[in-house]
Write a protein that binds this ligand. Structure first.
Ligand code: ADP
Length: 499
């Protein structure tokens, strides 16, 4: 296989991940071309790239998901490779096929690997011969309620009905008794139909109090596959991750090796090329079971980068160019501990409902052991059209304790006003005894978090207060009134404005 150097890379994405990819590509001397929607005219990724092209109206169906528009830009601007980031077109096999048919490099796995792993049932089928542990359940799609009842009885309640085409926690229903089965199955099927255009569901044992632990893999076009250890992602709301850490606190070196071997087996099962993530669910007895494989760069990839010292985006680009992996499994080591918190524009007081608005104050944290992957600037609007994630704040230290303390310090320095964020919620988690001792599982948020537990007065309130005090003193100065005469009247006006 000859190495084909990428000259001009189009990044078919937006936000923090587009910025993240541009940075590594630039360091490799690759020219970067951003695409953007009308809602993102002022977005950082547009200014960061060497060139940028508007591809349509704000709705992603008319911009970031428009395969043909993106391919047309590639043709016009003599692009030779596309990085899809995560989300949008990253796990769309049809797009990967079109990219290759147009003679371009798709920075990701083959269309057939995306297809196999995109269906949870096909994935289970593919990994069978590699003796990968699977959650007990059916390995076929079920529609008949009578058969579903029979299978659920064999598996034993509680069971989980899952959409084969599922993603983002959609089309998933826990069932605790036979009486609820039929109704929940109907719901899961109709949710799957409307979200994925495919109503196929199957049944799995519902693992109570599980941990979600995933393994990063990299495969090159020469058949070499390695794993880069695990990430623990059990702090979730609505079955979706908010805080991740690496390494996991519960895994012994032997278990790490077993999970790593299993992840490499899953990647081999679909001749995986590129960066991918093999997700496992781990029960209380520390048995692990394969859940699914994500055939793309994962949101939480920075924590793996921090503990391994590898740049996963550069590795993706090198693999796409046809280069061999520059390291073997034996070369990879874990160094220190890393934590990522996702800062979403969401209201933790209101069931994590997404929020939109302008970032009135946006002050970033800095300093030793702190990394911020973001895609916004002060004064920009968080648009309603896309995922509400503002940034990923990553801390790393020589050990877990240092990483936790650094994260708390960094969150103190990070100031965001104008939208509700998950920051105070993340502070709450990091200070919770169950997080600190590492015994948390995916039920942690549901069991231990109540909005009223958040510190009195959000960070936003504190900043509004500080801004008002500042403007109060400015008023004082311009009126040439002595400070001693900072009148009662003015103070009460200030208090009123704070309420
Ligand atoms: P999706 O593709 O929708 O994200 P996953 O299969 O990756 O679905 O599962 C997402 C989350 O749902 C997991 O991290 C875990 O919290 C929960 N989950 C999935 N399967 C099970 C199971 N069999 N038992 C208990 N929880 C599960």
């Amino acid at each position: 296989m000859t190495v084909q150097k990428i000259q001009r890379l189009l990044i078919a994405n937006r936000g923090e991940i587009a910025c993240r990819i541009i940075k590594s590509a630039k360091e490799m001397g690759i020219q970067t071309i951003a695409v953007f929607s009308e809602a993102d005219r002022k977005a950082p990724h547009v200014f960061m790239a060497d060139e940028a092209v508007c591809i349509g109206p704000p709705a992603s169906s008319q911009s970031y998901l428009c395969q043909d528009k993106i391919l047309q830009v590639c043709q016009e601007l003599e692009i030779d490779a596309i990085h899809p980031g995560y989300g949008f077109l990253s796990e769309n096999a049809e797009f990967a096929k079109k990219v290759e048919a147009a003679g371009l490099i798709f920075v990701g796995p083959s269309a057939s690997a995306i297809e196999t792993m995109g269906s949870k049932l096909a994935a289970k089928e593919a990994v069978k011969k590699y003796k990968i542990p699977l959650v007990p359940g059916t390995d076929f799609s079920i529609e008949d309620p009578a058969l579903a009842k029979e299978k659920a009885r064999e598996i034993g309640y509680p069971v989980l009905i899952k959409a084969s085409a599922g993603g983002g926690g959609k089309g998933m229903r826990a069932v605790y008794s036979e009486e609820e089965l039929e109704e929940q199955m109907d719901r899961a099927m109709s949710e799957a139909r409307s979200a994925f255009g495919n109503s196929s569901v199957f049944i799995e044992k519902y693992i109570t109090s599980p941990k979600h632990i995933e393994v990063q893999v990299l495969g090159d076009k020469h058949g070499n596959i390695v794993h880069l250890f695990e990430r623990e992602c059990s702090v979730q709301r609505r079955h979706q991750k908010v805080i991740e850490e690496a390494p996991s606190t519960v895994i012994s070196p032997e278990m790490r090796q077993q999970m790593g071997d299993a992840a490499v087996g899953v990647a081999k099962a679909c001749q995986y090329v590129g960066a991918g993530t093999v997700e496992f669910i781990v029960d209380k007895e520390l048995n692990f079971y394969f859940l699914e494989m994500n055939t793309r760069l994962q949101v939480e990839h920075p924590i793996t980068e921090q503990i391994t010292g590898k740049d996963l985006v550069k590795e993706q680009l090198r693999i796409a160019q046809g280069e061999k992996l520059p390291f073997t499994q034996a070369d990879l080591l874990i160094n220190g501990h890393a934590i990522e918190v996702r800062i979403y524009a969401e209201d933790p007081h209101n069931n994590f409902l997404p929020d939109t608005g302008v970032l009135e104050v946006y002050k970033r944290p800095f300093g030793p052991g702190v990394r911020l992957d973001d895609g916004y600037e002060e004064g920009l609007e968080i648009p309603v059209f896309y995922d509400p994630m503002i940034a990923k704040l990553i801390s790393f230290g020589k050990d877990r304790e240092e990483a936790i303390q650094r994260m708390l310090r960094a969150m103190e320095e990070y100031h965001i006003t104008g939208v509700s964020t998950t920051m105070d919620f993340c502070k709450f988690v990091l200070q919770h005894e169950i997080f600190k001792n590492g015994s948390y599982d995916t039920n942690f948020v549901a069991e231990h978090f109540r909005p009223e537990m958040l510190q009195n007065g959000s960070q936003e309130d504190k900043w509004v207060a500080a801004a008002l005090v500042h403007s109060f003193f400015q008023e004082q100065k311009s009126n040439h009134k002595p400070d001693a005469l900072a009148t009662k009247e003015q103070k009460s006006k200030w208090k009123q404005r704070l309420k």
